[in-house]
Design a protein around this ligand. Structure first.
Ligand code: NAD
Length: 493
């Protein structure tokens, strides 16, 4: 079997009329088609479409997001639709027939990707239905791509995992955390391990603290009914934020192969100091936005005024936390993480703050010495900047901060996170997907916070929309003698 054919596959996409499919997955699949991947797609959803109506929808979604070329007609010809209520066990037989037919028609070698872009309650029943209908006893390989959230806590995640394992082996399960598909998140390991100048000082001897921010300017929008039962802790901390902590803190793997990399991430998650009810109160801030003015002048509603949000809602739209990783490399170095909606800017960045130079006796007249900062800009700006001190251009002495910038913005291949991840799945590379033990350890940590919030009735700290979160988030760092660094851009002078 040739390499190309072994990568050929039928992609059975559940939730084909949904927001994620339209905004992210179809543009990603179109790029993959242009890169000579051989696949056919069966879109599955409840609506009573035929193939042509579905193809027209796919085309429209591409037109909304890019400028499709002449090949788009050939591309959408590979899309088929199967109307199905996923709870209807009996209806899966027809799906199998269509999948078998397309397999022959496009020479897809019996390979199948089942992509569950559905509400999480459906993940377990759909997986079992696939098995019962014989869809998973295909002749080639089979892979399950599963969207977030993977469970609501450790217990429900474990139950879901046990069910899925009745049908798919762990090596066949691709749990999506789309941050792991982002260019600069993938770049963290290269920056660290391909540059001995950084790796040598990447420890508690030289690093004062690490700050990871993922802020949004958007409010809860149309996702309110989902979000009001979720919040920032489950939506962001459990997955994206802890994954960025793990990648920033992990040891170099013995080999750059999937399981060795994942093993090192797991060790970090296992070394995070557990939080107790008492330590949650002084290590974690939960916030919720109130009415405020965004930087562009728009006055926006408070969270509790949003449509489909309970007026008394205690849902966290902001979380900041201080973590410690109790191993030899990181003992004593605080990792501060924060994420929230309706903040001043949309930005994801990792700031590594190095320890201060000894000010006396060398620099006692250098009043403006700043700590060295290495900033990894994840989004929307992609790049790297290093803040240093240099001598002032004058005879009077003193220093000025200077910045070395690398910006990714002019790179040609702007592949999206979803494109990279689907390509990896087609190639059978699960490095940038989360393994079960990573998921379980993340839930264990997040559950301890959720439990303390519930049982100790810790109040919500309100913050005005258009700010960088509640005052308590700033106090969290101030009590350690630190402060959040302002968000920066690689393009800033
Ligand atoms: P959505 O509500 O827009 O779409 C849901 C899809 O599921 C629709 O195609 C709908 O027809 C289908 N569906 C619902 N009930 C069904 C049933 N009984 N039988 C068959 N089909 C049914 O949701 P979405 O925003 O596209 O999200 C899908 C998944 O992706 C969710 O797990 C979500 O958490 C995750 N996700 C979404 C985003 C995003 O930006 N939208 C981002 C990250 C993760």
């Amino acid at each position: 079997m040739s390499e190309v054919n072994n990568n050929a596959t039928t992609i059975i996409l559940f939730g084909a009329t949904g927001d994620l499919a339209r905004r992210k997955l179809y543009p990603a699949l179109y790029s993959l088609y242009k890169k000579q991947n051989n696949f056919a797609v069966i879109g599955v959803a409840r609506r009573d479409y035929d193939h042509d109506v579905f193809r027209q929808n796919v085309l429209e979604s591409l037109q909304n997001h890019s400028n499709p070329g002449d090949d788009v007609e050939d591309f959408i010809e590979r899309f088929y639709y199967y109307s199905l209520d996923v709870k209807e066990t009996k209806a899966y037989g027809g799906l199998k027939e269509l999948a078998d037919k397309l397999d022959q028609q496009y020479d897809l070698q019996g390979n199948r990707i089942f992509y569950l872009s559905l509400a999480p309650d459906f993940f377990a029943p759909v997986t079992l239905n696939l098995k019962d209908a014989g869809l998973t006893t295909n002749t080639g390989w089979k892979r399950l791509v599963i969207e977030k959230p993977f469970g609501r806590d450790l217990q429900s995640a474990t139950e879901l995992n046990d069910t899925i394992h009745q049908v798919f082996d762990e090596s066949e399960i691709y749990r999506i955390d789309h941050y792991l598909g982002k260019e600069m998140v993938q770049n963290i390991q290269v920056i660290r391990f391909a540059n001995p100048i950084f790796e040598g000082i990447w420890n508690n001897r030289y690093i004062s603290n690490i700050q990871i921010t993922s802020s949004e300017t958007l409010g809860v929008g149309e996702r309110a009914s989902y979000y009001d039962h979720t919040g920032a802790l489950m939506d962001m901390i459990q997955n994206h934020m802890l994954q960025m902590v793990a990648l920033t803190a992990m040891e170099p793997p013995s080999r750059f192969v999937t399981e060795d990399i994942r093993d090192e991430k797991v060790k970090v998650l296992r070394s995070i100091r557990p939080l107790t009810d008492a330590t949650v109160a002084n290590s974690v801030v939960r916030g919720q936005y109130t009415r405020g003015t965004m930087p562009n002048g728009d006055v926006v509603k408070g969270y509790r005024e949003e449509e489909n949000v309970n007026e008394q809602s205690m849902t966290d739209t902001f979380v900041a936390a201080r973590l410690f990783i109790d191993n030899f490399r990181w003992a004593g170095v605080p990792f501060y993480i924060r994420t929230g909606k309706r903040m001043t800017a949309k930005s994801t960045e990792i700031v590594v703050q190095f320890k201060d130079a000894p000010k006396r006796p060398y620099f006692n007249n250098f009043n403006d010495l700043q700590p060295n900062l290495l900033v990894i800009h994840v989004q929307p700006d992609e790049g790297l900047s290093l803040k240093l001190n240099a001598k002032k251009f004058s005879t009077g002495g003193g220093s000025i901060p200077i910045t070395m910038n690398f910006s990714n913005t002019n790179q040609d291949d702007g592949a999206s996170a979803y494109e990279r991840l689907i390509q990896d799945c087609i190639h059978g590379d699960s490095t940038n997907f989360t393994r079960w033990d990573e998921v379980a350890l993340s839930w264990q940590f997040v559950d301890s916070i959720a439990k303390a919030w519930k049982e100790r009735n810790i109040p919500l700290d309100r913050y005005e929309a258009g700010t960088m979160g509640p005052a308590s988030s700033h106090e969290l760092l101030a009590k350690d003698g630190h402060h959040w660094w302002p968000l920066t851009k690689t393009t800033e002078k």
